[in-house]
Design a protein around this ligand. Structure first.
Ligand SMILES: NC(=O)c1ccc[n+]([C@@H]2O[C@H](COP(=O)([O-])OP(=O)(O)OC[C@H]3O[C@@H](n4cnc5c(N)ncnc54)[C@H](OP(=O)(O)O)[C@@H]3O)[C@@H](O)[C@H]2O)c1
Length: 328
C-alpha cells in the first residue's frame, strides 16, 4: 500500500508508520514536523493543516489509504475535501471520549449515545471540548470509512506519562498506594496493538465504527500482573475515593494524581466497553507483561515522562491512612 498518515510524528501516528513500514508498505507522514521524528523508513512531507492550501504538497501524490489522527474538525474537513475521493481507504482515529454516557457499563460502539458535536464554526480549542470536537471530526469523515475510537493508549513512547506511572512505581517495590478497590475495572490498549489493527484495517478494507481498546481487567490484576512481570515485590494498600479526595489525590493524570484512577460510579462505563466487535474484526492484544516490561525499558532508556504522585506524596497519604485519618 501507499499509505498516507496525516500526522505520524507523535506516539500513535509514529507507531502506525513503524508497523506499516515493517509490513513492507510505502509510508508517507504529513505534518509540520514540530512534534517529533517520524518512523525510520517512512517519508516526510511538510504540511500545515491550519493554513489555506496547507495540504497542497500532497496534491500530486496518490495513496491507497489514509490515516488521520487529527482532533480539529476544520483540519479533518479540509483533508476529506482534498483527498478522500481519490483514496481507497480512510481511517479516522477518534476516541471513546465521544460518548455522552460514562456511567453505564458494557456499552457498544454501534449503540452508545454520543456527545453533541462542536458547532461547525467552532474548531478544537481546549481539552474540555475534545470529545465534542472528535464527534464533529467523525461527522466530517462520514460513512465508508474506518472510525477507530481509541481508548486509553499505553506503551513505549507514551508522551502523557499516565500508564507509565504504574510500571515505574511498581518497579520500586514496597507498599503501593492503590486507588479504589481491586475489583474496579480498567481498560487500555498497547499502542503497538492498535497500530497493527489500523494497518490491518487499511489492508483489508475494513469500514465501520469500532472501539479500539483491549479487554476489561480489574485494577487488582493490572497491578499484580505488572509487578510480577517486572519481578518486583509489592504489597497493595487500597484506599477509597473519599479518603483520596480528602487528601487531594487527583484522578486520571497530572500532578498529585494516581494515574488511570477514575472514581466510581461516575465512570463505571468508561473502562467496560464491549470490545467483541473489534476483536472479531482483527484487533489482537499482547500480554500485559510485555506492555509493562517494554514501557519500563523505554522509560529508563529514553528518560520518558511520568506523571502522578511523587514517592514523598504517596508515603504521606499512606501514613495518614494507617494513622486512621480516614474520611467518612
Ligand atoms: N493517547 C491516548 O490515550 C488517546 C486516547 C484516545 C484517543 N486518542 C487519539 O489517538 C490519536 C493519537 O495520535 P498521536 O499519538 O499520533 O498524537 P496526536 O497528538 O494526535 O498527533 C497529532 C499529529 O498531527 C500533527 N499536526 C498537528 N497539528 C498540525 C497541523 N496544523 N498541520 C499538520 N500536522 C499537524 C502533529 O505533528 P506536528 O506537530 O509535527 O505537525 C502530530 O503528528 C489521536 O487521534 C487522539 O485523539 C489518544
Amino acid at each position: 500500500m501507499r499509505l498516507l498518515i496525516l500526522g505520524g510524528s507523535q506516539f500513535l501516528g509514529r507507531a502506525i508508520a513503524a508497523r506499516a513500514c515493517a509490513a513492507g508498505h510505502k509510508v508517507t507522514c504529513a505534518a509540520r514536523g514540530t512534534s517529533g521524528p517520524i518512523a525510520s523508513g517512512a517519508s516526510f512531507v511538510a504540511v500545515d493543516r491550519d493554513v489555506p492550501g496547507g495540504l497542497e504538497p500532497l496534491a500530486r501524490l496518490a495513496f491507497d489509504a489514509v490515516v488521520d489522527v487529527s482532533r480539529h474538525p476544520g483540519q479533518v474537513r479540509r483533508a476529506v475535501a482534498a483527498l478522500k475521493q481519490r483514496t481507497g481507504h480512510w481511517t479516522f482515529v477518534s476516541t471513546v471520549s465521544v460518548y455522552a454516557d460514562n456511567r453505564t457499563p458494557g456499552q457498544r460502539a454501534d449503540a452508545a449515545p454520543l456527545r453533541a458535536p462542536t458547532a461547525p464554526e467552532v474548531d478544537y480549542s481546549s481539552e474540555e471540548i475534545y470529545g465534542a470536537a472528535k464527534v464533529a471530526c467523525e461527522q466530517a469523515v462520514g460513512e465508508s470509512a474506518f472510525i477507530c475510537r481509541a481508548g486509553l493508549i499505553v506503551g513505549p513512547e507514551d508522551p502523557t506519562g499516565r500508564f507509565t506511572y504504574w510500571p515505574a512505581r511498581l518497579a520500586r517495590g514496597g507498599e503501593v498506594l492503590a486507588p479504589g478497590a481491586p475489583q474496579d475495572a480498567v481498560q487500555f490498549i498497547d499502542v503497538r496493538d492498535l497500530a497493527q489493527w489500523i494497518v490491518h484495517a487499511a489492508q483489508s478494507g475494513l469500514t465501520g465504527i469500532y472501539d479500539g481498546i483491549g479487554p476489561t481487567r480489574t485494577r487488582g490484576e493490572l497491578l499484580a500482573e505488572c509487578a510480577a512481570a517486572l519481578g518486583s515485590s509489592c504489597t497493595f494498600t487500597w484506599v477509597d475515593r473519599a479518603f483520596l479526595e480528602a487528601h487531594d489525590v487527583r484522578r486520571w493524570a497530572g500532578p498529585r494524581s494516581l494515574p488511570l484512577w477514575l472514581p466510581l460510579p461516575d465512570f463505571a462505563g468508561f473502562a467496560t466497553r464491549d470490545t467483541r466487535p473489534a476483536r472479531n474484526a482483527g484487533l489482537n492484544v499482547r500480554a500485559l507483561s510485555e506492555t509493562a516490561c517494554d514501557t519500563l525499558e523505554w522509560l529508563r532508556t529514553a528518560n520518558g515522562p511520568v506523571v502522578g504522585l511523587t514517592s514523598d506524596e504517596e508515603r504521606e497519604v499512606l501514613v495518614a491512612w494507617h494513622a486512621g485519618g480516614r474520611a467518612s
